[in-house]
Design a protein around this ligand. Structure first.
Ligand SMILES: N[C@@H](CCC(=O)N[C@@H](CS)C(=O)NCC(=O)O)C(=O)O
Length: 81
């Protein structure tokens, strides 16, 4: 099974759109606040290439990691699960 982590912070309206959609999904998404935990922001920049939120980290069954940045893409992806 794939696993999911959302890099976000509360004051970001794009993040709120994604967080709202997450309430409708059954999948578990780990929440990684990048404002309250600077290590999360560092991990995001190091892994995804930039600190923009929201970003969904998708880890596939085989361990491959994808960083999805656009809120509309993330919402669409969550709907498709
Ligand atoms: N088009 C993006 C916009 C995301 C965006 O502008 N996020 C802001 C916070 S609301 C941000 O992370 N700014 C800081 C940065 O780009 O490093 C989306 O819809 O996800």
């Amino acid at each position: 099974m794939s696993s999911y982590a959302l890099y976000y912070y509360d004051q970001c309206p794009f993040c709120q759109m994604v967080l709202r959609e997450m309430r409708n999904t059954q999948v578990q998404v780990e929440l990684m606040n990048t404002l309250t935990n600077p290590v999360n922001r560092q991990d995001l920049i190091q892994g995804g290439g930039r600190g923009t939120v929201p970003c969904l980290r998708i880890t596939g069954e085989n361990g491959d990691v994808q960083w999805m940045y656009e809120s509309s893409d993330i919402v669409q992806y969550l709907k498709s699960l």
